[in-house]
Design a protein around this ligand. Structure first.
Ligand SMILES: *Cc1c(COP(=O)(O)O)cnc(C)c1O
Length: 341
């Protein structure tokens, strides 16, 4: 066996293509902290245009963009409503409390936020309760396996949040996938929120970067937070060019990753031992049979040339992306299926 490892741990493992690297190498640059970087401006303008917002600003990561939005939209000593399996809760080092001084109130209940679970988290303002000033929902929702919240439902959830005084952060690290899965224009999703975070380093295949989009006023506050957090970048056009290339060239192909996820799930499901969560976008979650722990399963898969990520003790995650072909996806699925027999 001489075949290369098929890495399905995440859509962040993609490497910039030759054409993307060329765009980066040739990018026109300036000092973005001093007096502006032209390629970064171009990316920000294009992102704002695609999201139908007044402005957008470039960030080194989605986590920093989320944290800047929390800083800009939330109030110290008040609550942030967010799903218990969200990136903000699990993977941002407690930033909402450490940086913005917000208390997190979890929206409990798998697999993603629904009207019922949001209603049970929300409390009406009282003399003793902290007020809530921010609601954030992911679309697609990573922790649930890339589930999509359709526009009408998302809009209703956000309206419920606004009715109790919340501002809205749409965590759209994979908004591009939500758009590809539903046919909804990303601008229609962004129109429901005060700030929308999008990532360039996931499905779009850029090496670095994310953006936040919203009104000029909110972006001004977020840009202040970005600088305060140490996110001022100088000749950022080098990486902005990669992001811009991904946006212009790789957005339209995301449907392929979704079709690959369907194919992958169908093959793994041929084993009756596994429970495969039916994919709605590019992520496939597999709940392992009793007695199989995720760590040893992932190790066994790796020994057979396939990398998946350990999501919980009994669940592994596989993510389709532009660096894996249909043939590789099928081969990887067969490896997992055969391990589950
Ligand atoms: C990846 C991700 C982020 C953070 O993006 P980074 O660039 O990795 O910091 C935020 N939210 C969700 C839902 C994500 O999947």
């Amino acid at each position: 066996m001489t075949t290369a490892m098929i890495d399905l741990r995440s859509d962040t493992v993609t490497k910039p293509s030759a054409a993307m690297r060329r765009a980066m190498a040739e990018a026109e640059v300036g000092d973005d902290v001093l007096d502006g970087d032209p390629t970064t401006r171009k990316l920000e303008e294009r992102t704002a245009e695609i999201l139908g917002q007044e402005a957008a600003i470039f960030f080194p990561s989605g986590s920093m963009a989320n944290q800047a939005a929390i800083w800009a939209l939330g109030e110290r000593g008040t609550e942030l409503y967010v799903h218990e399996d969200s990136h903000i809760v699990n993977l941002e080092m407690g930033g909402a409390s450490a940086l913005a001084g917000m208390q997190i109130r979890l929206i409990r209940g798998a697999p993603r936020v629904t009207r019922e679970t949001l209603m049970s988290a929300m409390r009406s303002p009282g003399r003793d309760f902290p007020r809530a000033t921010l609601l954030s929902i992911e679309n697609t929702h990573n922790g649930s396996g890339g589930m999509v919240t359709p526009l009408a439902e998302l809009s209703a959830l956000f309206a419920a949040g606004r009715s109790v005084g919340c501002k809205i952060l749409l965590d759209g690290a994979r908004l591009w996938n939500a758009s590809a899965a539903t046919g909804t224009n990303p601008a229609d999703f962004a129109a429901t929120a005060d700030a929308t975070m999008v990532s360039f380093s996931k499905g779009l295949g850029a090496p670095v970067g994310a953006a936040l989009a919203g009104s000029k006023a909110v972006m001004k506050a977020a840009a202040e937070a970005r600088k305060r957090f140490g996110g001022g970048m100088r000749q950022s056009g080098i990486i902005a060019a990669g992001a811009l290339y991904g946006l212009e060239n790789n957005f339209a192909r995301l449907g392929e990753d979704h079709a690959h996820a369907q194919k992958f799930a169908a093959i793994v499901s041929e084993s009756k031992n596994a429970r495969v969560v039916k994919p709605e976008s590019n992520i496939v979650m597999i709940d392992l049979p009793e007695g199989t722990d995720a760590m040893s399963f992932a190790k066994a898969a790796m020994e057979r040339g396939v990398r998946v990520s350990v999501w919980t003790a009994t669940r592994v995650r596989s993510v389709m992306h532009l660096d894996v072909s249909l043939e590789q996806v099928e081969r990887a699925a067969m490896v997992l299926r055969d391990l589950l027999i």
